[in-house]
Write a protein that binds this ligand. Structure first.
Ligand code: ZN
Length: 350
């Protein structure tokens, strides 16, 4: 977003411009902590500048501080309702946080000032469709979790889901050293057939994309598997709450399996039979390109590598995730945690 300056000395103005540009650049590069500091400094010079408030809000969001992000973005829009960029970010945060109604209102208000804006109109179409589908949604509201279901109401399944989420949340949070405060939204699709996680992206059991989504018809017949799938996706949600980005896929999937109770012995046996492996450094950016067989290898390696770190008592999970979230690369920092790639790959390299 660009600043339109008024009423400042030329020197102060150019310093603010500089900080603003650097702030948005840092955000685009995923360096949210630096972005937050830059916008903070600029706001010290001009506290009521909407663009700076929007930047600070976006940075807070990227740092996982959604409440602060929402407050900053709302203030920015109060001061300048024409700031479409701020509306876009605010709506997205609200929607991902489970408040579709407020998200839709935000975009509708923004459209009055930017008629025909493509991002706003396209997103609104999707959100309205999704809300339409969810109109029959029953919903259970708890402080930390919102469990909704699409399709036939299934109170007992929603209740089971909530209690599984509650128990697992504290177990995961304790190990990772972080308890994200934003609500975690889970959507149970009660008319889509519940399936196993086959470890292949196309037909995975559940999904996390800001919300946990689980096909749940028939899940009651296999409560153990339902719990496994739910805990797996919950782990992704907790990790996203601690480090919004920058977590290598193998680390994310390895942790999700570590907590969902996947069996490392079975993974080790499969890797041994295979007699080949993929370097971890090649498993950083998504498993979607893999076939089912390749995906199995990727998931097995992920679980075994995470096991090496998880087995060390007091491993600094929260520090590791925070540094990744702040934009540092795994390869650059892992040695400072006392591990090399060889250590992590050891369980499947032999
Ligand atoms: Zn996963």
């Amino acid at each position: 977003m660009a600043l339109v300056g008024a009423g400042a000395t030329l020197a102060a103005q150019s310093r603010i411009n500089e900080l603003n540009d650097a702030g948005w650049k840092a955000l685009a590069e995923g360096n949210s902590r630096r972005a937050a500091a830059l916008f903070e400094e600029a706001l010290g010079l001009r506290p009521d500048e909407p663009v700076l408030l929007a930047g600070a809000g976006a940075a807070a969001h990227a740092e996982g501080k959604d409440r602060e992000g929402i407050a900053r973005l709302r203030r920015a829009l109060e001061l300048n309702p024409r700031l479409t960029g701020a509306s876009v970010i605010l709506g997205r945060i609200l929607f991902d946080g489970g408040d579709a109604e407020a998200a839709i209102k935000t975009y509708e208000a923004a459209l009055k000032h930017a008629p025909g804006d493509r991002v706003l109109t396209d997103t609104l179409v999707n959100w309205r469709r999704e809300t339409e589908v969810h109109r029959g949604f029953e919903e259970r509201r708890y402080d930390r979790f919102r469990v909704m279901y699409e399709g036939r109401a299934d109170e007992s399944l929603a209740g089971a889901a909530t209690s599984i989420l509650n128990t697992a949340f504290y177990r995961i949070g304790e190990k990772l050293g972080g308890y994200p405060s934003e609500p975690i939204v889970t959507v149970l699709y009660t008319e889509q057939q519940f399936r196993d996680i086959t470890r292949a992206p196309d037909w995975a059991g559940g999904r996390y994309d800001g919300r946990i989504r689980i096909p749940a018809a028939g899940a009651g017949r296999d409560p153990a598997l339902f719990e496994e799938v739910l805990v797996h996706e919950l782990t992704h949600a907790v990790i996203a709450g601690i480090a919004r980005r920058g977590v290598p896929t193998w680390l994310n999937e390895g942790l999700a399996q570590y907590f969902d109770g996947s069996d490392p012995q079975a993974a080790r046996a499969r890797m041994k039979r295979l007699g080949a492996y993929v370097p971890l450094a090649r498993l950083e950016s998504g498993f979607n390109r893999f076939s089912a067989a390749e995906a199995q290898v990727a998931y097995d390696e992920s679980l075994l590598a995470v096991g090496v770190m998880a087995d060390r008592a007091g491993f600094g999970w929260s520090r590791l995730l925070a540094r990744l979230g702040a934009g540092e690369r795994f390869a650059d920092i892992i040695s400072s945690f006392g591990f090399s790639y060889e250590d992590l790959e050891a369980p499947f390299m032999k």
